[in-house]
Each structure stands twice: as C-alpha cells, then as structure tokens.
Ligand binder design. Structure first.
Ligand SMILES: Cc1cc2nc3c(=O)[nH]c(=O)nc-3n(C[C@H](O)[C@H](O)[C@H](O)COP(=O)(O)OP(=O)(O)OC[C@H]3O[C@@H](n4cnc5c(N)ncnc54)[C@H](O)[C@@H]3O)c2cc1C
Length: 415
C-alpha cells in the first residue's frame, strides 16, 4: 500500500532528526518523521543536557592515551570493552587510534570548532523561534581535578581550546567552594568554563522543539523502517509494520542504528556505539550550582529542572548486550564521595547509545549512490549540542543551497 506522497521523510525522531525536521518544515517543505518509539524517547531523552560548545577536542586526544589503560583495568570504570565484543570492535578501534595522529587530530579539531560555532548560533536562533529559551541555563561548568598531575595533564587541551578563543579560568583549591559549596576536600584544582550551557531537560526540550515543528506542518508516523529503496525516480520507505511511504528525499537520522540503513543503500560507515549510563535523582538531592565535570572519572553531574543527573562512562559493547546498571551505581557511589551531602535515594537508572564515529565527527552529507538520501548521524558525545547546526546543514543540502560551513570533514565518503 502506498500511504502518501510525502516530500521528505526523516528516519529517527531523536534530537538530530527533529531538528532537521524543524529546519525543513520552517523552509516550507512537507516533512514526515518516522520513529519506532516516539519523539526523543531514546538516547536523546536521558543525556547529560549540556550544550558543550567548548568541547572541541577529538575523543582520541582528550586525555585518552593518559587515562585509558588505568580505566580499562576497572571493570566498572569510565571506559570498558566487554572482551567478547573486542573482535567486532577492532576495526573501529584501529581507526580511532589512527584519528589520534597529529595531522588528523588537528584537522578534526578545526572541523569540530567550525561546527561548534555554527551549533551555538543555530541553537540560540532555534530556541528563540521555538520559544524554548527559558529552558537554557547559562551558568557554565566546573571541571575538577584531584591531583596536580591530573591538572597538569589537562593543560595542553586547555591551550588548544584557547587557540580557538574558548574562555576558561583555572581555579585554586580555595576558590572551588565559591563555584560549588559542599565539594569533598580531595579536589585540589578546577577549571571554570563560562560559555558552557545546559538545558532544563533534554527530553522536554526535544518535545518542545517538536511542537514548534508540528506548528510548521511536520508530521509524525510511528513505525520501524525496514527498507529504503529507490523506485521510479523516487524513494520508497517500507515500515516493518507493513506500511509503505513514498518520498522525494530521505534523511537518515537514526542515531546508533543509522549504519544499518546506510548499508542497505550501499554505504559502509564505521559507526559504533559508546553506551553511557546515568542515574537521575530527585531535584532536591543536592544544591548544585552548575554542571560538575569529573574528567578523571568520566562522568558529570547536571542540575535539571526534573532532577539531578549523575552519569557518563563509555562502554564499547554494541547494540545488543543488555545494560549493566552496576555502572550507574558505581558513578553514583563516586558522586557521593565527591559531594558528601548528596542524597542518593530515589534515583532512576538509564542507559543510552551514543552514535560514534572513530574521528569524533558526525556524518552530514549525501549518500554515495543515491543523491536523494542524506545522512545526519554519528554525533557521539555531542548530539544534543550539534543538533541544530546539523538541522541547518541538512536544510542547506536538501534545498541545494551552499552549506553554512565546509562539509568535507563530515562527508560520509571520508572513510
Ligand atoms: C550518558 C550520555 C550523556 C550524554 N550527554 C550529552 C550532553 O550532555 N550533550 C550532548 O550534546 N550530547 C550528549 N550525549 C550524546 C547525545 O545524547 C547523542 O549524541 C544524541 O542523543 C544522538 O541523537 P540522535 O538523534 O542522533 O539519536 P537518538 O536519540 O538515538 O535517536 C535516534 C532515533 O532513531 C530511531 N530509530 C533507529 N532506527 C530506526 C528504524 N529503523 N526505524 C525507525 N526509527 C528508528 C530510534 O528509535 C531513536 O528514537 C550523551 C549521551 C549519553 C549516552
């Protein structure tokens, strides 16, 4: 059955898919978003809520080499790889390590900076247009260090950010309580980043943006896309539930599952998932002044309107393995040590699938063999931050306009 002659179909109603839908609907295009669950119900629902515009360092650099061996030794530590998954992961890991070479790292850094500048401008504009600006917190972030060695190891990264005009201020021990009262004595240094922003709740923001998109005419269809096929100069999107939807253009924004659809249309994209965990505590669990970042332990604590979210970590364990919520508990136990007054009762545990490419850059561009299919996925740790910029860039591509930034570093064909 052909259920319609939709102009543009977007697969995936995570924050990236709905931002793309919003920009295209605002441009007057007929947009249908298809998702098997709902609007921002998966990875985009439970993340750490940061607009991390200053987080420009590629993961292959970001202290990884220094920390990874120690982290891997702790089964519930910030980084884990289930041994049985290692053979499947090996090609991605190899590319990840190569992405850490000086030349590739520098290129990825410059590309990330250009995307982040666009990201900030686009989010501020989109928040105005969708009346979501009250959901923004502009109180910066506080990164904390337990030793002078850890602080010193962070300095090259801060110097790199300084090159791109990112503001920060290093703090001595006696200044920390001004930025966050109630911290454990074990923290000796800190860095305050004033331009770091958070939002009141990522799921609520996603749903509010979607209401704006709906107001511009975007529609939602519940279903799981099984197949995307070219047919008679158009595209046919088949749902596993039996329905077929026709489209002139299709955008794949299916998060950590996107490569499965891209492979059907001839593109092999090395997408992996970095699974992350957290616990959301009741809002009165602690009087948190801003987002706290414990880089040495791979997690953050975020004050949300809906609670206090404690989590992070990376588990390179694929899409099928059941969640191991001992990871959420391990971070909560540490958070209690770092903030002795934290009330840890009444939390809700969660796991999400970061969609990650080995060079820490997303894929934003056209499919190799079918010019009417576009990709918008692989934002890893930064999908919330970069969603509005991605929506803008996808709109530029679909409308045949010059993209707002050079898209070569984000090309699906770069692998
Ligand atoms: C613990 C954690 C903390 C994080 N913190 C931050 C942060 O503070 N700031 C930040 O910027 N980013 C953060 N991230 C990353 C961010 O959450 C992701 O990059 C982002 O949510 C990805 O959005 P997406 O739209 O690409 O994918 P998703 O949100 O996963 O959406 C993809 C959608 O596609 C749907 N789908 C998949 N396949 C199909 C199919 N075949 N048919 C129909 N539907 C399909 C899924 O149901 C899903 O709804 C964090 C991630 C984690 C795990």
């Amino acid at each position: 059955m052909s259920a319609g002659e939709d102009d543009i179909v977007i697969v995936g109603a995570g924050i990236v898919g709905i931002c793309a839908a919003t920009y295209l609907a605002e441009a007057g295009r007929k947009v249908t978003v298809i998702d098997r669950t709902g609007i921002c119900e998966e990875t985009s629902s439970g993340n750490a809520a940061a607009f991390a515009f200053s987080d420009v360092l590629p993961m292959a650099q970001k202290g990884m080499a220094w920390q990874a061996p120690k982290w891997l030794l702790d089964p519930l530590g910030p980084l884990s790889i289930p041994p049985a998954y290692l053979p499947k992961l090996a090609p991605w890991l190899w590319r990840f390590l190569r992405a850490g070479s000086p030349a590739r790292r520098e290129a990825a850094l410059a590309a990330q900076v250009s995307l982040m500048r666009l990201a900030e401008a686009e989010w501020m504009g989109l928040m105005e247009r969708s009346a979501t600006r009250p959901m923004l917190r502009e109180d910066g972030s506080l990164e904390l260090y337990e030793s002078e060695a850890e602080f010193q190891a962070s300095l090259p990264g801060w110097n790199e950010r300084e090159r791109f005009g990112i503001a920060f201020r290093h703090l001595a021990k006696h200044e920390l309580s001004e930025y966050q009262p109630g911290l454990s004595e074990q923290f000796l240094r800190g860095t305050f980043v004033p331009g770091w922003k958070t939002i009141s709740d990522p799921k609520l923001l996603g749903k509010a943006i979607w209401r704006h998109a709906q107001g511009q005419g975007a529609a939602f269809v519940a279903g799981e896309v099984g197949l995307i096929m070219p047919a008679n100069g158009r595209l046919t999107v088949q749902l596993r539930q039996g329905r077929t939807i026709g489209a002139h253009k299709v955008i794949i924004a299916a998060g950590a599952w996107s490569h499965l659809l891209a492979r059907q249309i001839g593109d092999r994209i090395p997408l992996e998932t970095e699974r992350g965990y957290n616990t959301t505590l009741p809002a009165d669990a602690f009087d948190l002044k801003r987002q706290l970042i414990f880089s040495g332990h791979g997690f953050v604590i975020t004050p949300l309107e809906t609670g206090l979210r404690v989590g992070g970590a990376v588990e390179l364990g694929g899409l099928r393995r059941p969640p191991n919520y001992a990871r959420s508990r391990a971070m909560l136990d540490k958070a209690k040590r770092f903030l002795p007054g934290l009330k840890t009762e009444g939390g809700r545990q969660w796991m999400g699938y970061r969609p990650s490419l080995p060079d820490s850059l997303p894929v934003i561009g056209r499919a190799g063999r079918t010019g009417d299919v576009f990709y918008a996925f692989g934002h890893g740790h930064l999908g919330l931050t970069q969603a509005a910029a991605t929506g803008r860039l996808i709109r530029d591509l679909v409308l045949g306009q010059a993209p707002a930034i050079d898209l070569a570093p984000f090309s699906p064909q770069r692998f």
